[in-house]
Design a binder for this molecule. Structure first.
Ligand code: SF4
Length: 448
């Protein structure tokens, strides 16, 4: 067994897409793994290909008051097979030469024994491949392990295309110790018992401090979701719904607030408010009673039926600034793809939020657009209805996702061979809409 602590490099890859913006998007899983490695004596480095604050960045992109901001971007060729798309396709993130330079620096210092790369959206696969190709130019003999969402959902594609030496599915924590030992001979002594309901509380905080700047802190109080909506992969990615204790989450918020002067927090939970009396409410009460003045955002959406009067009041007092609701449609009678919200629950939730003090511009409802077989009139009606309620409708373009209940239907309704390449699931392509005037109709809806 090797007793010398190895050097492990963690890499967040580039995004290849028609559009991308940093909507509080951090590779939380990778940063959590980096923290576990660091805690167990490993020498860890982190390189972020979508770093908005890279030291070589001279064109300082504006950071909004809430921590969000634009990525650097460069036009790249459209991948073959997509057809006639007029929209530009880009690499979002740092310049490839900056990445090469950072890798060379680590190489000169002899600081890389193993490399972990994460992956997010399935249709960003070419960004992952480009990242690993450059890593392999500089480190041809260092093993590269790929994990994350794309690696889990499109495992076969990732094995074939990513150039990684090993593609890992799932959360990765269960196998972390074995992977490190197999590839470096070093035993971290890290155990992650998937039957331990308190295992999330025992993990160190994600290594956000390894970034060049903390513009906001992602917070995860739970993993998984008790629902199983037809279009969502949450239950496949994390089959069991697990919580953290309110005390542990509060301490983490306090840590980023006090030590790093960070005020913006984005909840990444799929189910933050479920069983609120036991989890979210005590957390919000602690925040209200503290001396902190944080700002919270909910980009992953809240469950509408959980927005009670008490939840709204506590969220308002605790400093929630951006409320996003997972509404999906206002066609409540013909709602076959999920059962997470009823009509009266929606109207009641809005009334509670407004009574608590939230303003129109702070409350948004996501509406799915481009589902297989969905009429755009249905989307338009939902959009108008949400506006009438005095909150902001936000179109969420449907992405077909393997391993979801809707995948089969999506394949039947798609103009692309969705099995052939995750690229074809890019929601900008509206993969499940045949109508040639759809893009025009959708921009008409947005103009409403
Ligand atoms: S869409 Fe939301 S409510 Fe439905 S399964 Fe996914 S995370 Fe849960």
């Amino acid at each position: 067994m090797n007793s010398r602590a190895p050097h492990i490099l963690c890499v967040n890859p580039w995004i290849h897409d028609f559009a991308a913006f940093d909507f509080w998007a951090k590779p939380l899983g990778l940063l959590q793994i980096a923290a576990v490695l660091r805690k167990h004596g490993i020498n860890v480095n982190f390189l972020d290909c979508v770093d908005r604050f890279h030291p070589k960045e001279t064109n300082k992109q504006k950071t909004l008051w809430d921590g969000r901001g634009a990525y650097r971007k460069k036009a790249i060729d459209l991948p073959p097979g997509i057809g006639d798309i007029l929209q530009a396709y880009s690499r979002y993130g740092i310049e490839p030469n900056w990445f090469r330079h950072d890798l060379e620096k680590l190489k000169k210092a002899g600081k890389v024994d193993l490399i972990f790369v994460t992956s997010l959206m399935t249709y960003w696969a070419t960004g992952v491949e480009e990242t690993i190709s450059i890593i392999k130019e500089i480190f041809p003999s260092v093993p590269v392990i790929l994990g994350g969402i794309y690696a889990t959902l499109c495992n076969e594609h990732a094995k074939k295309s990513s150039k990684a030496d090993l593609v890992v599915t799932g959360s990765g924590f269960e196998r972390l110790n074995k992977i490190v030992k197999d590839y470096t001979g070093f035993d971290m002594g890290f155990e992650y018992d998937i039957n331990d309901p308190y295992r999330l509380d025992n993990l160190p905080y994600p290594a956000l401090d390894m970034q060049h700047k903390i513009a906001y802190a992602p917070i995860l109080t739970s993993i998984g979701c008790p629902f199983s909506c037809d279009y969502c992969a949450s239950s496949f990615l994390v089959p069991k719904f697990i919580r953290r204790s309110p005390e542990s989450v509060f301490k983490e918020i306090e840590y980023w607030y006090d030590k790093y002067k960070n005020k913006n927090f984005a909840f990444y939970d799929d189910a933050l408010l479920i069983n609120g009396e036991k989890y979210a409410y005590p957390l919000f009460e602690k925040i209200i009673d503290s001396n902190m003045d944080p700002m919270f955002h909910t980009p992953n959406a809240l469950h509408v039926k959980e927005i009670t009067g008490k939840a709204s009041e506590l969220m308002f007092k605790a400093g929630f600034k951006t409320i996003r609701l997972g509404l999906e449609t206002t066609d409540f009678k013909d709602r076959k793809f999920d059962n997470k919200v009823k009509e009266d629950e929606f109207y009641t939730a809005i009334a509670h939020l407004k009574n608590a003090g939230f303003k129109t511009e702070q409350i948004g409802a996501y509406l799915l657009c481009g589902l297989p077989g969905q009429s755009l009139d249905n989307v338009k009606n939902s959009f108008l209805k949400v506006k009438e309620c005095g909150i902001q409708p936000t179109l969420a373009y449907y992405t077909p996702i393997p391993h979801t209940k809707m995948w089969g239907k999506a394949k039947k309704h798609s103009k692309y061979d969705l099995d052939a390449d995750p690229l074809f699931t890019n929601n900008t392509l509206f993969p499940c809409i045949f109508n040639k005037t759809a893009a025009k109709q959708i921009s008409g809806i947005k103009n409403l």
